[in-house]
Design a protein around this ligand. Structure first.
Ligand code: PMP
Length: 326
């Protein structure tokens, strides 16, 4: 779907996958006006297909576009595009448990020119790829590197937007994590390098206590972390399961202290791609520690199951999160 200043959205097309021709002066290549989303379509027990909370992705896509001075695609157009592609690719939505079709809506400038200004032309596209089970051999905890040298986003910046530049800015820290034999980067706040923000492409949750009395806490939305849809869903779902929930500031010191005194029992990350991933160990320039037992925790696994059961139709969708594709 194209957008042109003075004309708005036009020329929606469903075409076979193939290359794009881009002018060397395409403004995206120089000034980075590029935003995207990620959501999944799941096969249901009756053979139908449903997407998970696509209206939230549509709303976040508009918010990301606004932050980058790009036009807002109406939610109904975003959802209609998702539905059209899922219908077209229905045969590619896997029937196996925990597998899905990952959908990637994105938009970028299509005007050519070297002046720094919002472009007058944009292209919205949507591609899809079948996603296998994230942990085919069973759920494995990840090791994380606390990045003190680099930050992903700063106050007033684009951290709450899902824009390409945030991911470009994260690559060097991800490489640093790998050099320290860690799977993922955990981002701290820009001002103090003290408050936990998020992890790679996932939000974080801290579990205090255990069993029915567990309290799950996630870093509050400061404007420099992405408001994850999985994060939001878990605040509700954890409440359904009887756990306490809170959004709060959590420092590296709180994490280390909670771990040392045993009050912090589990940590997990959540996002569309991996659903829920336990965090098993932490490394930084001055400390290393194992999170809880280092194994996937009971609360983590219970929440993971509850969310996947809703997504795959094994449990009742009491919050109206699933969006059946007619
Ligand atoms: N943080 C970042 C930086 C991400 O890229 C993602 C993935 N979109 C998330 C968090 C998790 O968001 P969601 O639950 O909407 O996938």
């Amino acid at each position: 779907i194209r957008w042109t200043a003075g004309r708005g959205w036009h020329d929606a097309q469903l075409v076979p996958y193939g290359p794009l021709e881009i002018d060397p002066a395409n403004m995206t290549l120089h000034y980075g006006q590029a935003v995207f989303e990620g959501l999944k379509a799941y096969r249901q027990p009756d053979g139908g297909i449903s997407t998970f909370r696509p209206e939230r992705n549509a709303a976040r896509f508009r918010a990301s576009a606004r932050r980058l001075a790009m036009p807002e695609l109406p939610d109904e157009t975003f959802i209609a595009a998702v539905e059209a592609l899922v219908r077209q690719d229905a045969a590619w939505v896997p029937t196996e448990a925990e597998q899905s079709l990952y959908l990637r809506p994105f938009m970028f400038a299509m005007e050519n020119g070297l002046g720094v200004k919002p472009a007058n032309e944009y292209l919205f596209m949507l591609i899809a790829s079948p996603a296998g089970a994230y942990f085919p051999g069973g759920v494995k905890p990840v090791s994380v590197w606390l990045s003190k040298e680099y930050v992903r986003a700063a106050p007033g910046g684009t951290g709450a937007a899902k824009c390409a530049g945030n991911y470009a800015a994260s690559l060097v820290a991800q490489a640093q994590a790998a050099e320290h034999a860690c799977d993922q980067v955990v981002w701290l706040d820009a001002a103090e390098r003290r408050w936990i923000e998020e992890m790679g492409g996932m939000n974080l949750y801290f579990v205090y206590g255990s069993g029915e009395k567990a309290l799950i806490v996630t870093p509050e939305l400061t404007g420099s972390l992405l408001p994850g849809i999985t994060r939001d869903s878990l605040l509700t779902l954890a409440g359904d399961l009887g756990y306490g929930t809170a959004e709060a500031r959590i420092s590296v010191g709180d994490w280390q202290q909670g771990n040392a005194d045993g009050s912090l029992t589990e940590v997990f990350a959540c996002g569309t791609a991996a659903v829920i991933t336990p965090v098993g160990s932490v490394k930084s320039t001055d400390a290393n520690w194992t999170v809880g037992s280092g194994e996937p925790g009971e609360v983590t696994m219970r929440l993971r199951r509850a969310l996947l059961d809703i997504q795959t139709g094994a449990a009742e969708d009491t919050h109206g999160w699933m969006h059946p594709i007619a």
